[in-house]
Write a protein that binds this ligand. Structure first.
Ligand code: ADP
Length: 580
């Protein structure tokens, strides 16, 4: 039997009498490497253990997790931060299903990732004969992914990987499923033919220039606006067109609002930021330009009380079908954010009317009033700590270290952190995103630490942390610069609920009181802190940043602090019904 070899570097192929052979394992690895994808986030097991081993042997970075969902979330974060699809590797059936949640979340968030999963034998699966981990994974993945492919022959691996990459990053980015049956990985073929079958994807995410008439229409509308507003979404952050976005905002002089993951695209202390006057500008503006942001639930679907007076919308987006999805869009501009923003900025000359002075003055007045109010709240230092006092410490830490990536999840922990912590650099904030889900914390933190090589602080509600908490071991194993701050108020939302029946079980929202999450980190060799004051929190954070190693700070928060469902009280069926 000829030796099985990789395909990328022909000179390393040993001279043998029989032609060198390669196999599915090597072809998959070489296909990804050929396209500059060098990291796998995954969880090994049948049938992909050797794929992970060989990938590492061939120089890829393989980050193994304790649960596939977290591996998938890390891959999704990597995709968002790098514009290259993050790669997640899972075993068949249950492993695949665990990873699928992350794939669906990536698709919803428009993050490019590829979930590669081993699968059982097609012949047996399709006849439902009861294989080991039998599941029709391709069909299950389809509705949750932007695209889904299965490769059955070794010679098609190059094309399969190329299609997956292109589907993930072109147009509106998203999650792609790539099904690799066990038999495929073991298939062998001539190494030279294998090498030729690989595809280097050319221009995976081509620029898409907006139609000139769509740009003129948008500019005309802006010109006539009396109270214009720009809304920046995470699509604009993803596009890495930071300088062009800044130029458009500054040239136009229009107040802007960043959605949570667009914070830092322009620094939050920018004079045109209207974050501190959010409700006011949403209600009072007359023309709103959406840049890589969707009018979904996070923006009250573009209608209702939040939006107050009648609006006209301009929307810059790469997906034409996004337009008119919730309300009529007067001026759609379809193309990639970089091209659309540049075209608009070019149309804003010296003679372009600046926003009316009374509008800017009204925004500034509201902003200053709210900032003064917030400063007073943040200045209070109660015992025990509340969300505001603890977050004001983190706010100062980020101000002093603007290149820290913040990962943030929870209910109150998310809502308050989003408004209290200013961001100064693009793509430094990763959070619950479009679905508003819990469980992204440790996956995003690992992905961000691996991709940036810089300090990450994960600000976690105690409930949110529970979904991915076991990955503290992963963080320690790879010695990542991740500092987790658990806002511990003994429960979901709060820790004060009581069992209405008087029975011995605690209320469904209550956890073990006084839990020491810091001990979890210590169990794996990281550093734990248990803090009850802002001073101790500050000190622990300073030490964590100086250390640049795995740290968990158990930050004790008043257990009565926090509101039911954070700011989403209206989404609870009972509260919604009682309002009717
Ligand atoms: P947010 O939650 O911050 O409001 P969304 O995820 O709702 O942001 O919106 C992001 C939008 O950006 C999506 O409609 C998506 O199609 C769009 N988008 C993503 N990448 C690009 C890009 N490179 N160019 C243009 N639009 C993009």
């Amino acid at each position: 039997m000829a030796e099985v070899v990789g395909t990328i570097e022909p000179e390393t192929i040993p001279a043998t009498e029989t032609p060198p052979m390669t196999d599915g394992f090597h072809l998959v690895i070489d296909a990804f490497k050929l396209n500059g994808i060098e990291t796998i986030y995954g969880l090994p097991g049948i049938p992909v253990t050797d794929l992970a081993r060989l990938a590492q042997a061939e120089g890829m970075r393989v980050i193994s997790f304790r649960h596939e969902q977290n591996a998938g979330n890390a891959a999704a974060a990597a995709g968002y931060l790098t514009q290259k699809p993050g790669l997640c590797l899972t075993v068949s059936a249950p492993g695949f299903l665990n990873g699928l949640t992350a794939l669906a979340n990536a698709t919803t968030n428009c993050f490019p990732m590829i979930l590669v999963s081993g699968s059982s034998e097609r012949e047996i699966v399709d006849l439902q004969q009861g294989d080991y981990e039998e599941m029709d994974q391709l069909n299950i993945a389809k509705p949750h992914a932007k695209a889904a492919f299965r490769v059955l022959h070794a010679e098609d691996i190059g094309i399969g990987v190329a299609r997956a990459i292109r589907a993930a990053v072109s147009g509106r980015p998203g999650g792609v499923y790539l099904d690799l049956p066990a038999k495929l990985l073991a298939q062998t073929m001539d190494a030279a033919a294998g090498r030729k079958s690989l595809v280097r994807v050319v221009d995976a995410a081509p620029r898409q220039l907006p139609a000139p008439e769509s740009v003129s229409r948008a500019l005309e509308l802006l010109k006539r606006a009396k109270r214009p507003l720009i809304l920046l979404g995470k699509g604009a952050a993803y596009a890495q067109a930071d300088a062009a976005v800044r130029e458009l905002v500054e040239k136009s002089g229009i107040p802007y609002l960043p959605m949570s993951m667009a914070k830092g695209l322009l620094p939050d202390n920018h004079p045109q930021s209207a974050s501190a006057a959010r409700s006011f500008v949403l209600a009072e503006s007359d023309v709103v330009m959406l840049i890589g942001a969707r009018l979904n639930w996070l923006l009250s679907h573009g209608k209702g009380k939040t939006w107050g007076s009648p609006k006209q919308f301009i929307q810059l987006d790469i997906a034409p079908t996004e337009i008119d999805s919730n309300v009529a869009i007067a001026a759609p501009v379809i193309g990639d954010i970089g091209s659309c923003v540049a075209a608009l900025a070019e149309g804003i000359g010296a003679d372009f009317p600046k926003p009316a002075a009374d509008w800017l003055a009204a925004v500034a007045e509201r902003k200053n009033k709210n900032l003064t109010k917030m400063a007073a709240t943040l200045a209070a230092d109660p015992t025990p700590m509340n969300f505001h006092s603890a977050l004001s410490v983190l706010r100062d830490v980020v101000k002093a270290n603007p290149d820290i990536t913040i990962v943030n999840e929870g209910a109150n922990t998310l809502d308050y952190a989003r408004s209290i912590i200013d961001m100064y650099q693009p793509r430094k904030r990763l959070d619950c995103g479009t679905w508003g889900i819990m469980g992204i914390g440790m996956g995003f933190a690992v992905g961000a630490a691996v991709e940036t090589g810089k300090q990450v602080i994960a600000i976690e509600g105690d409930s949110a942390f529970g979904f991915s908490g076991m990955e503290v071991e992963t963080i320690c194993r790879y010695d990542l610069p991740v500092c987790i701050v658990v806002f511990n108020n003994n429960g979901v939302y709060r820790g004060t609920d009581v069992n209405p029946s008087g029975g011995k079980d605690v209320a469904p929202t209550v956890f073990v009181k006084g839990a020491r999450y810091d001990k979890m980190m210590e169990a794996f060799g990281g550093k734990g802190y248990h803090v009850t004051t802002t001073k101790a929190l500050q000190q622990a954070l300073d030490e964590a940043i100086a250390l640049g190693k795995p740290v968990l700070i158990n930050a004790v928060i008043d257990e009565s602090a926090g509101t039911e469902s954070g700011r989403l009280t209206n989404l609870n069926p009972q509260s919604a019904a009682s309002k009717k």
